[in-house]
Ligand binder design. Sequence first.
Ligand code: SF4
Ligand code: SF4
Length: 333
Amino acid sequence: MKKTVAFSKNAVNVFFHILTRCNLKCSHCYINKKQHGKNNLPLKTIEDWLKIFASMGKEANIIFLGGEPTLHPNLPMAVTKAKSLGYTSITVDTNGYLFYNILSKVSPDIIDYFSFSLDGATRKTNDTIRGKGSFDTCIQGIKAAVSGGFSTSLIYTVSTQNIHELDSIPPLLKDLKVDRFFIQVIGIRGKSAESKADKLQVSRRDWLKIIPDAARRIARLGITVTYPKVFLDPKEPFECAGLVADNYFIFPNGRVYRCPLCEDYPLHSMEIKDNVLVNTPRINENDLFTLTIPEGCVMNKLFQPDNLIYHRNGRPKYRVACCMLKEEIRGLS
Ligand code: SF4
Ligand code: SF4
């Protein structure tokens, strides 16, 4: 059954970029080193920052991100610390290279999911986007994680370059024994924002025609599928996660954003200074969250307006949902 995953202030969701370095150079990489630096956070700092979000008096979930987080030699210790601090769920996102033999240094009791990124059902399409050899390495990484007893997810960032291969994904997922499948919409930030020549975001028509059906087909294999709503139905209420959820996107230079769409700009509403989470001076993203506009999401209108279409009278033809609003279809086996 399909359900919209409601925003909640009762849980803290931490998206922790422990470094920005990566071995790959994906053409759509959203990491912006000019904004977020190039440093690896020392283990002690990671542990101190983990404490901040674990002690907010709420259930806390964490995703370790990079760059490529397995390039951080202290990732196993960081994950173990997160577990001991009581994080409810711990996920490591990876491009599949699994550096420092990470699978042998952590256990399925500690890590809830390894989440692998693959952007094509074929070597050709994936490697065109993510780099030569990345398809085979990712597939091997998933197989190694599954045979090590880890639960796995696969993240597929949909763009005009790979939407045609979603149809071919189900047999691959089944074969790999992946537990969850995440469809992401490509964000126009980082490298995607620089390469304006290519139109990477798929049209509303194609999104609505292809994505919900593809998600249902994959869920029939028993795999739980999550995909972003992107376009609101006419009667659906608009909600901004920046106001009604408790998400923190943390970067190694201490910036903490509540909305990922503005990460190309110094609009973060919080930062970590001397291991204390503090508010930044106005104007920041918080001021933008409170604006009500007929297009729905304010950051979308500011940073990726090409996915909006208007009537002649200037009214938008539809509203764009918060990028964090997801539909989930539980695996229907
Ligand atoms: S694997 Fe992730 S961090 Fe690395 S280049 Fe690709 S998108 Fe960027
Ligand atoms: S994506 Fe839009 S709606 Fe969601 S948190 Fe950011 S500004 Fe708010």
